[in-house]
Ligand binder design. Structure first.
Ligand code: SF4
Length: 202
C-alpha cells in the first residue's frame, strides 16, 4: 500500500470529534482541492505491506481508527482485506473519502465519512453516492463562502441522505457567517469547527 503516515491524535471532525483515534493516512489523491491542507499526502507515499500496518495497529491497540488520505479508496483492493482484519478484532473504523469513488464494497467493515466538495474547492463529488449512505455513515460539507452555502443547501434539499450531515468552515474563514446562515435557514446539519486546527494537533 502507499502510506503517508500513521499517527495517534484526537479526531478533529465528524461524529467522533474529540475522541482519541489512530489515523492511517494513505497517500495519493484523484482531486486537487484549492484549500487542501494535506498536500504532503498527495504524492506517492512509501510502499508498505498491509501486514506491517496491522502490526503497528496491534502494537498501539486503538479504540478507534480513521482511514484517511489523500483519497483512501484509490487503494480499495488492498484496503478491503486490511479492513476485514480490523473488523474481526472489533475495532470501529471510519473511512474519510472525497465522495468521488464508490465506497459500497467497504461499508460492511467501516463507517463512511463522505465529503461533498463545494464550489470553492474547485472540485466536485459524485452526488449519486449520497444515496448509498446508511445512518451510521456521515456527510461533510467544508464551506468557505455564500456560493458554497447555497450549493450545500441545494444538495441537502435534493438528495435523500441517511447519515448525519456536518458543515464545517474552511479554516481561516469567518465561522460566524456560516453559523448565522445555518440559524437563518435551519438546515438539518451539525455545525462543526475543525478541532485539530484550533488546538494545533495533527
Ligand atoms: S480530496 Fe482531500 S486530500 Fe484530496 S486534494 Fe481534496 S482536500 Fe486534499
Amino acid at each position: 500500500m502507499k502510506l503517508a503516515e500513521i499517527f495517534f491524535s484526537l479526531q478533529g471532525e465528524g461524529k467522533n470529534q474529540g475522541k482519541p483515534c489512530l489515523f492511517i493516512r494513505l497517500a495519493g489523491c484523484n482531486l486537487h482541492c484549492r484549500w487542501c491542507d494535506t498536500g504532503y499526502a498527495l504524492g506517492e507515499g512509501r510502499d508498505i505491506a498491509p501486514d506491517v500496518i496491522l502490526e503497528e495497529v496491534w502494537r498501539r491497540n486503538p479504540k478507534l481508527i480513521c482511514i484517511t488520505g489523500g483519497e483512501p479508496l484509490l487503494q480499495e483492493g488492498e484496503l478491503e482485506p486490511l479492513l476485514a482484519s480490523l473488523s474481526r478484532k472489533g475495532i470501529p473504523v471510519d473511512i474519510e473519502t472525497n465522495g468521488t469513488l464508490d465506497f459500497r464494497r467497504l461499508q460492511p467493515y467501516a463507517s463512511i465519512c463522505m465529503d461533498v466538495k463545494c464550489p470553492s474547492s474547485g472540485e466536485m463529488s459524485d452526488l449519486l453516492l449520497l444515496g448509498a449512505l446508511r445512518p451510521e455513515d456521515s456527510v461533510k460539507f467544508v464551506v468557505s463562502d455564500k456560493a458554497d452555502l447555497l450549493y450545500a443547501t441545494e444538495v441537502i434539499g435534493s438528495y435523500r441522505i441517511a447519515g448525519e450531515i456536518f458543515m464545517t468552515p474552511v479554516y481561516g474563514t469567518d465561522p460566524r457567517v456560516i453559523a448565522e446562515y445555518l440559524l437563518a435557514t435551519c438546515l438539518p446539519v451539525r455545525f462543526q469547527l475543525q478541532l485539530q486546527k484550533i488546538i494545533g494537533v495533527k
